[in-house]
Design a protein around this ligand. Structure first.
Ligand code: ADP
Ligand code: MG
Length: 447
C-alpha cells in the first residue's frame, strides 16, 4: 500500500517535494482504518497534517473505496494504535495534543482582499501616509525603514499595511510577506516557547521580506516579547528587509515600551493619520456605495458623511445601517431614510445626558484642576488648555448655543467660546497627544 502511495505522489509532486515529504517518511502500522506513519520532524508532521494526509485519504478512498485516517507521528511519540489497546491513561501525552496543532506562526499570512491601494481614498489626513506606503511597497527596505503609522482607531492604518503587502506581492509574487498584530506576535512567541519551537519561530519571522506588525501599543507590559521583537527587528533591518509598524500613538508615548525599541522605531519614518475631512468622508462613502452596487443620491451621502466625523469604520457602519434600514422598510435610500436610520446612532453620539456641567466635571478631573478654575479667569497654561478643551467639547457634544456655553463658563463672551473651539480644532491636526486626550474624554463622556 505504501509503495502504491509513493508511486502516485512521485507523479503528483515535484522531486524536491517528494524527497522532502515522502522519502523521509516510514509507514509504521496499518489497521483497517488507520495508517500510521513516522515523520522525522515536527515540521513534517505539520505539513502532513495540513496537506498530505488529506490527499492520501482521498487517494485511498478513490482506489480501494475505503475511508481511512492518516496519523503522522514523530519518532519519540508512541504509536497511537498501540496506545489505544493499552488504554492506559498514563500513556496519553498532553504534549502530543499541543504539538499536534499547527502553530499559529506557521500559518500563512492572510491579507484582506478589500484592503488595497485601489480601494483606499486619499485625503488630507492620510495622503502622507498613503505616499509613504506606496514608496515602501515599491522599494522595500530602501528608504523608510521602519515605516511607522500612528493615529486614532478606524483611520486606515491596517488598510494601508495590507495594501503594502498586496502591492509587494503583485510586484514580486515570490516575496514573503507577513502581517501580524502585536498580540499575534506575542502569542506566537509564547506558543513557540511552550512547544519548544523557538528555532522555527525565529526562522519564520526572520526570513520574511516584509514584516507588518499592527497595533504595537499592545507590546506595552510584555517584556519578553519586546526582547524577542528587538532581535527580530535587528535581524530584518540588517538584512535590509522592510518593516512596517502601526500604533495609536507615537513610539515614545507608548507606556513601557523599551527605550531601545523606541529609538529604533525612529530610525525610519513616522507618519500620522488624522481624521478625514468632509470631502474625504463623502468620497469614501461614494466608493463604498459603488463597490456594493448601492444607488444613493449625493446629498444623502453628504448627509451621512456629515453625521459621522470620528472614524471611518463607523462611517462604513452607518452606511450599512442605512442600507439595512431601507431594505427593511422597502423604501429606496434617501436623506430622510438615512436620518431615520441614524437617529439612534446620533443619540448615542450626542447623548442628551451630556451636559455642560458633566463636561466640566470630567475635564476638571482629567486634568487634575478644579471646576472653579475652568470657570475662572486664570491665564496659566495648565488651566487655559483644559478650559478650551471643555469649551470645545461643550460645543461638539451638546446642543447648547455659544452664549449659553459662555454663560456656563463663568459668564464669558461667546467669542471666547468660538476662539477656544478654533484653537483646539486647529491644534488637533498636529498634536497627537491632544488628539488622544480629546478621544479619551469623549469616550469617558459617552459611557
Ligand atoms: P485602523 O487600523 O486605523 O484602526 P482600518 O484600517 O481598520 O483602521 O480602517 C477601518 C475601516 O475603514 C476599514 O474598513 C478600511 O477599509 C476603511 N478605511 C480606512 N481608511 C480608508 C480610506 N482612506 N479609504 C477607504 N477606506 C478606508
Ligand atoms: Mg487597525
Amino acid at each position: 500500500l505504501w509503495q502504491y502511495i509513493c508511486d502516485e505522489f512521485k507523479n503528483k509532486l515535484s522531486t524536491i517535494s517528494y524527497n522532502t515529504w515522502l522519502k523521509a517518511v516510514k509507514p509504521i502500522a496499518f489497521s483497517s482504518q488507520t495508517l500510521v506513519i513516522e515523520v522525522p520532524t515536527a515540521l513534517h508532521k505539520d505539513y502532513w497534517k495540513a496537506n498530505l494526509s488529506k490527499q492520501v485519504v482521498s487517494l485511498i478512498a478513490d482506489s480501494i473505496g475505503q475511508k481511512i485516517t492518516v496519523i503522522a507521528k514523530l519518532p519519540d511519540e508512541p504509536d497511537p494504535l498501540l496506545n489505544n489497546s493499552n488504554s492506559s491513561k498514563n500513556n496519553v501525552h498532553p504534549r502530543t495534543k499541543v504539538s499536534d496543532s499547527r502553530p499559529t506562526f506557521m500559518r500563512e499570512t492572510k491579507l484582506n482582499e478589500r484592503y488595497t491601494f485601489d480601494t483606499f481614498v486619499i485625503g488630507k489626513g492620510n495622503q502622507m501616509a498613503h505616499a509613504a506606503a506606496l514608496v515602501v511597497a515599491e522599494e522595500p527596505g530602501a528608504l523608510y525603514n521602519p515605516l511607522f503609522f500612528f493615529g486614532g482607531v478606524g483611520l486606515g492604518k491596517t488598510h494601508l499595511m495590507h495594501a503594502i503587502g498586496h502591492q509587494m506581492l503583485a510586484n514580486k509574487p515570490q516575496a514573503k510577506v507577513k502581517y501580524v498584530t502585536s498580540e499575534a506576535f506575542a502569542n506566537d512567541f509564547i506558543n513557540s516557547i511552550q512547544t519548544k519551537r523557538q528555532e522555527e519561530f525565529r526562522k519564520e519571522y526572520r526570513s520574511v521580506d516584509l514584516l507588518l506588525v499592527d497595533d504595537i501599543q499592545f507590546f506595552a507590559d510584555k517584556e519578553g516579547t519586546q526582547e524577542e521583537f528587538f532581535h527580530t527587528f535587528n535581524a530584518l533591518y540588517d538584512d535590509k528587509k522592510q518593516i512596517v509598524l502601526s500604533s495609536d500613538r507615537l513610539p515614545n508615548e507608548i507606556p513601557k515600551l523599551q527605550k531601545r525599541l523606541v529609538s529604533r522605531f525612529k530610525w525610519g519614518l513616522s507618519v500620522d493619520i488624522t481624521p478625514p475631512d468632509l470631502e474625504t468622508r463623502i468620497a469614501i462613502l461614494r466608493n463604498k456605495a459603488d463597490a456594493d452596487d448601492l444607488n444613493i443620491p449625493d446629498d444623502t451621502l453628504s448627509y451621512i458623511a456629515g453625521q459621522i466625523d470620528s472614524n471611518i469604520r463607523e462611517l462604513e457602519g452607518a452606511l450599512v445601517r442605512v442600507q439595512a434600514y431601507s431594505s427593511m422598510i422597502h423604501l429606496p435610500i434617501s436623506t430622510s431614510i438615512a436620518a431615520d436610520a441614524l437617529k439612534n446612532l446620533k443619540l448615542n453620539g450626542k447623548s442628551n445626558e451630556i451636559t455642560i456641567s458633566v463636561i466640566q466635571d470630567k475635564v476638571a478631573k482629567y486634568y487634575h484642576i478644579s471646576v472653579g478654575d475652568l470657570k475662572g479667569k486664570k491665564r496659566v497654561k495648565n488651566i487655559v488648555i483644559p478650559r478650551q478643551v471643555a469649551m470645545y467639547l461643550a460645543r461638539e457634544l451638546t446642543d447648547a448655543s455659544l452664549p449659553k456655553i459662555g454663560h456656563e463658563f463663568g459668564g464669558k463672551d461667546h467669542t471666547t467660546v468660538i476662539h477656544a473651539h478654533e484653537k483646539i480644532s486647529g491644534a488637533l491636526n498636529s498634536n497627537s497627544e491632544l488628539q488622544r486626550e480629546i478621544n479619551d474624554l469623549k469616550s469617558k463622556l459617552k459611557k
